[in-house]
Write a protein that binds this ligand. Sequence first.
Ligand code: MG
Length: 164
Amino acid sequence: MLTKKVEETMNEQLAIELQSAYVYLGMSSYCESISLPGSAQWLRAQAEEEYGHAMRFYNFITDRGARVRLRQLNAPPTDYSSVLAVFEKALDHERSVTGSINKLYDLVAKEKDFASQAWLDWFATEQVEEEKTVGHIVEQLKMVGGKGDALFLIDRELGGRAGA
Ligand code: MG
């Protein structure tokens, strides 16, 4: 069983992960529109990864005998000023997700829900990786400053990320 407060907050995090998938899909569609198919592919793979995170919460809530309560998602932006702006926004987004994972971690520790705490370790580690990866992309995009040939190479490299 989960306490009511943990159940509520786990459901909130499930919605945040689904919203993340939706945000990345919006970013991907923008990159398609400006002919950066590699960046679009990377962001689409990221959207799928976020959906996977959401399903981890879905399964965990169910496994613990609690109820999944789905929420309304918000329409994400599909317009940005540049690919750099996209990845800067992605970095902000990941930092805010890290904040919500940390809050959840703090809650389960206070409630002495040790099973949830151990399970959340994976997410705490995953957020370090997410921020690092997106942070590197932001730095590389800043280095090339929108220059066509270098941007083309970065886009090709981003397109190498596996995904459906
Ligand atoms: Mg996530």
